[in-house]
Design a protein around this ligand. Structure first.
Ligand SMILES: *[C@@H]1O[C@H](CO)[C@@H](O)[C@H](O)[C@H]1NC(C)=O
Ligand SMILES: *[C@@H]1O[C@H](CO)[C@@H](O)[C@H](O)[C@H]1NC(C)=O
Ligand SMILES: *[C@@H]1O[C@H](CO)[C@@H](O)[C@H](O)[C@H]1NC(C)=O
Ligand SMILES: *[C@@H]1O[C@H](CO)[C@@H](O)[C@H](O)[C@H]1NC(C)=O
Ligand SMILES: *[C@@H]1O[C@H](CO)[C@@H](O)[C@H](O)[C@H]1NC(C)=O
Length: 678
């Protein structure tokens, strides 16, 4: 007898339990459940096939046949219920799409119709479950009436509804130009960033999760139809062997076509997962800042050379320091810059300075020159403006107040990045499932979320946890700059932006930053794993660290090759950056791998150069349904003329390879029937 089951993950038969004590949690994927449900159904059909109609069956035997069938139906209900709760613990993907897609596209895809059909199948299915649960109190006539409705020619019968649902995913079934829902959605997902980051799914995950929920609905429809024919035969309404067979074949070919469609649609679809901007930026909750790395600073020329002279002009002071406080003038009224003073510039001779609250981390709210030029945003000045005037010395030397940058490490400046590796508990089969930046004791750390890896790329959601951060203080004994952490400075403030990925057989089990020359460089730890049995393979010996392969290894050892050149050659330019949280437009990713970004002062005109940008996005990144990662990255998102945010991204594992319709065209019930359920 021809049958074919559909689809399954490679090697699924190996793990399907062969005996009693079956644990439905072992069925982790929709294709696995399809396989088992079809097998249960075919067995039930075999039982019913033994009888030649009700008249020929002695009464006790009829009861047994009925009990047998209902028992199988109970098992199937268990499986489907379990999977339904698993895939729909959160809002269904379809509802998310309906909520988030642009109206035009929603119309084109007819998502509301699809939702309607799916809901109707669900309602019928639940009704059947209720009848089955209380079968002893239900009249046979009610059951047979229900069964007749399921398989009737009426356009709203389940038989017809599942054909209509299938029409959505099958190319060409709704007209010549129709390429199918999955394909159109895939094309659009390439642009719809917000859909992905608002739903915590990569584009590939959105599509795959949608396919799963459609496939699950199809399976429920199939189950209802097959059992309806069995009931009708049992209750002597007809033979229906041929009809049941035809529906079986339709289901098989629909399922095979669906797997082809989803596989094609998933090709080339992004697996990047990152967060959009939050509804509201909240410091300490959604973002953090590197503070006072380079900050606008007003200083008189006379204090910036060791002779106390005013012979030069501001522009001569490109790299100096503060040598004193001449006559206790304005220098006495502000916090001295005890570090490097850089890139000075002359704006105008006389000015009003509005000092900022020391708690804000700023020195000035704004500076207003006599010429009318304003640096920063001129607002009400609560602490009172200070008049600051340059002066002439002996008529020909002008002692000007310059606008410079101050690079002063110290208690006011959080400018540290952790260099220690951060890993999941590999020896206990944990893999990385999420990432976020955190600032602990003034040091930025990348924190990893870990979860227990199970067969077929599943993660045990109950084991998810954020691995506690190694929260040392930079003042602790045996903690050193360049070894445990990296301290940013004017010379060393570049962060490499890279997407890193392992091979198909590897998963991410750790992340870290290291230094290459003056750059902070991102690395991931990769560990080989076995997809079928869900174990990391020899993590102690076989795990590797991977960085950007374009990194020239000769540049990694400065001792061998003289002066260090930055490996990443293209800088992401932040042009006249304002404070990132001031923009009302949502950030968009604007960096590409192989680029780097430098932490820098905000714009002089817009912010008096008081803020260090970019900011660090500290929102957690994790998949809606926990998933292993094949890679991770650091990227920049923002708007032109704003400093933007540095953020982590995940690259989700590629399930496409494992989607295979490998069932034999010819087979028989025994083939699948190695699954014994009694
Ligand atoms: C039902 O149909 C099948 C095949 O069409 C046939 O083999 C079987 O004998 C029929 N049973 C009855 C009771 O007619
Ligand atoms: C996405 O993930 C974040 C953090 O885990 C969570 O707060 C948020 O509610 C999630 N969004 C959705 C739509 O599930
Ligand atoms: C890994 O997990 C085990 C069991 O929970 C624990 O005993 C061990 O200390 C963990 N190892 C690390 C490195 O956290
Ligand atoms: C899983 O498979 C790998 C080989 O792919 C093997 O080395 C390992 O022992 C297996 N683990 C278990 C628990 O079966
Ligand atoms: C890993 O390597 C160590 C030393 O080379 C060896 O003793 C150990 O058996 C290896 N572990 C495995 C699982 O092969």
């Amino acid at each position: 007898m021809k049958f074919g089951v559909v689809v399954l993950f490679l090697g699924v038969l190996d793990v399907l339990p062969l005996a009693n004590g079956f644990d439905p949690r072992l069925l982790v994927t929709v294709p696995q459940v399809i396989l088992e449900v079809v097998s249960l159904t075919l067995k039930a059909r075999k039982i019913i096939g033994k009888y030649n109609g009700i008249d020929s069956i002695p009464h006790p035997l009829l009861d047994r046949a009925e009990r047998d069938i209902f028992k199988r139906l109970d098992l199937i209900n268990d499986r489907l219920d379990y999977l339904t709760t698993r895939t729909e613990a959160q809002e269904s993907v379809l509802n998310q799409l309906i909520r988030n897609l642009p109206g035009q596209l929603k119309l084109e895809l007819r998502l509301n119709d699809l939702n309607d059909y799916i809901t109707r199948i669900e309602v019928n299915f639940r009704r059947m479950q209720a009848y089955v649960a209380e079968r002893d109190q239900i009249e046979k006539s009610t059951l047979s009436d229900f069964a007749k409705n399921v398989v009737s020619h009426d356009s709203s019968s389940s038989v017809n509804l599942i054909e209509r649902i299938f029409a959505f995913i099958s190319p060409g079934s709704r007209g010549i130009t129709d390429t199918g829902l999955l394909h159109i959605l895939a094309e659009n997902l390439k642009e719809l960033d917000t859909l992905k980051c608002d739903t915590n799914q990569s584009a590939q995950q959105v599509l795959y999760n949608l396919y799963n929920s459609i496939a699950l609905t199809e399976l429920k429809g199939y189950t209802m139809i097959q059992f309806s024919y069995m009931l009708l035969k049992l209750y002597n309404e007809g033979n229906f062997t041929k009809e049941a067979q035809q529906q079986q074949e339709r289901f098989e070919s629909r399922s095979n076509a669906a797997i082809r469609a989803i596989k094609a649609a998933m090709e080339g679809l992004s697996r990047d997962l990152y967060r959009c901007d939050p509804r509201k930026h909240v410091k300490g909750k959604t973002y953090e800042e590197v503070t006072q790395l380079l900050q606008g600073y007003v200083q008189n020329e006379v204090d910036m050379n060791n002779e106390g002279t005013c012979r030069e002009n501001c522009a001569e002071y490109k790299y100096t320091k503060s040598y004193g406080c001449y006559k206790n003038l304005y220098c006495r009224q502000q916090r001295n810059c005890a570090g490097k003073i850089l890139n000075c510039k002359y704006y105008d001779s006389d000015m009003w300075i509005c000092p900022a609250s020391p708690l804000s981390g700023r020195r000035y709210e704004y500076i207003k020159y006599e010429s009318g030029e304003v640096l920063g945003r001129e607002t009400a000045c609560f602490r009172g403006q200070t008049k600051v005037d340059s002066w002439w010395r002996w008529l020909f030397w002008h002692c000007s107040y310059c606008m410079c940058l101050c690079d002063e490490a110290g208690p006011n400046s959080d400018r540290f990045f952790n260099l220690r590796p951060v890993e999941s508990n590999m020896t206990h089969n944990m893999v990385v499932t999420g990432l976020r930046f955190v600032k602990v004791n003034r040091v930025f750390h990348l924190q990893v979320q870990e979860g227990l890896l199970e067969p077929f790329g599943k993660i045990d959601e109950t084991t998810l946890r954020w691995v506690p951060v190694d929260g040392y203080k930079i003042t602790d004994r045996n903690v050193h700059n360049g070894q445990d952490y990296h301290q940013l400075s004017w010379e060393q403030r570049a962060l490499d932006l890279d997407d890193l990925q392992g091979d198909q057989g590897q998963l991410v089990t750790g992340v870290k930053f290291k230094k290459i020359g003056s750059h902070l460089n991102f690395e991931i730890r990769l560990t080989p794993f076995d997809f079928k049995n869900g174990t990391l393979v020899d993590p102690v010996n076989k795990s590797i660290w991977k960085d950007n392969p374009n990194t020239d290894s000769s540049l990694k050892n400065p001792r061998l090759h003289g002066p260090i050149k930055p490996v990443h050659l293209t800088r992401l330019n932040l042009y006249q950056p304002d404070i990132p949280t001031r923009t009302t437009s949502p950030s968009v990713p604007d960096s590409s791998t192989d680029q780097y970004v430098e932490f820098v002062n905000s714009d002089f005109k817009k912010d008096a150069a008081q803020t260090t940008v970019p900011f660090i996005d500290i929102q957690p990144v994790q998949s809606l349904i926990a998933a292993p990662l094949s890679g991770a990255g650091i990227f920049h998102k923002g708007q032109p003329h704003f400093g933007g945010f540095v953020a982590p991204k995940l690259i989700t594992y590629d399930f496409r390879e494992h989607l295979k319709a490998i069932f034999p065209e010819e087979g028989d019930v025994e083939g699948v029937g190695s699954v014994e359920m009694n």
